[in-house]
Write a protein that binds this ligand. Structure first.
Ligand SMILES: C[S@@+](CC[C@H](N)C(=O)[O-])C[C@H]1O[C@@H](n2cnc3c(N)ncnc32)[C@H](O)[C@@H]1O
Length: 215
């Protein structure tokens, strides 16, 4: 698959926004040739999982990430986001999808299902760069708003949208599942302290009608 340098740049940027930590279990949906999978490994993720429904993409991404697969750091599965296999049940600390949501059937439902697979404190990044002819910054902004609405509709909270100034610009809509556990000393984000007393879960929503029209 031909791969544009800007694709590499946008996924590296989005991964930097996710703030990957060493023990993180990260899922990428629609990994294509597997460039972001390799970037996630380099970013230090504990284990990187990926799903793509294209056998061609699974083969290409597996070749690209062969060493990390052998080392037990990467698991790539041929599967559709509408039928997530048990191997990808999670929980995950982070989920990322780059120019993929626009292809998903019923993205609001998909997002609600993905939210269930995030660990407390987990986060999601939905990345979109319009690739249709004549796309502008307005196209990106409109799609980002739709993604935000989708995420809210699926129950996600704490949305934040960042923009990378490529041509056309890239939007990354981020959200986090809040994991506040009360222990001695108060509420600690994303950590379990002693017997859990209180867990507050929030969610991230992603949206995608604009992306579906212009993937
Ligand atoms: C436009 S490509 C983006 C690839 C890569 N994320 C990138 O930024 O270069 C979209 C990818 O999503 C995958 N995809 C589309 N619909 C899917 C679905 N329902 N479930 C899983 N993967 C899907 C395609 O096979 C393709 O690899």
């Amino acid at each position: 698959m031909a791969y544009r340098p800007s694709n590499r740049q946008r996924s590296r940027w989005a991964i930097s926004l996710l703030g990957i930590r060493p023990a993180d279990r990260v899922l990428e949906i629609g990994f294509g040739p597997g460039v972001a999978i390799a970037q996630l490994v380099r970013a230090g993720a504990g284990h990187v999982y990926g799903m793509d429904h294209s056998g061609v993409m699974v083969r290409e991404a597996s070749r690209r990430n062969a060493a990390a697969i052998r080392a037990g750091r990467v698991t790539l599965v041929r599967a559709s986001v509408e039928q997530i296999p048990p191997a990808l049940d999670g929980p995950f600390d982070a989920i990322i999808a780059v120019n993929s949501l626009g292809f998903w059937p019923a993205p609001a439902e998909r997002l609600a299902e993905l939210r269930q697979r995030l660990a407390p404190g987990g986060r999601i990044a939905i990345v979109y760069q319009p690739r249709c002819a004549g796309a502008t910054a307005d196209t990106t902004r409109g799609a980002a708003r739709e993604i935000e609405d989708l995420l809210r509709g699926a129950g996600f909270t704490r949305l934040r949208t960042e923009t990378l100034r490529l041509s056309p610009p890239v939007a990354c809509v981020l959200a986090a599942v809040l994991g506040l556990v009360a222990g001695i000393g108060g509420l600690v984000p994303g950590r379990r302290l002693g017997p859990p007393v209180l867990v507050i879960l929030g969610h991230v929503r992603v949206e995608e009608r604009g992306a579906a029209r212009c993937p």
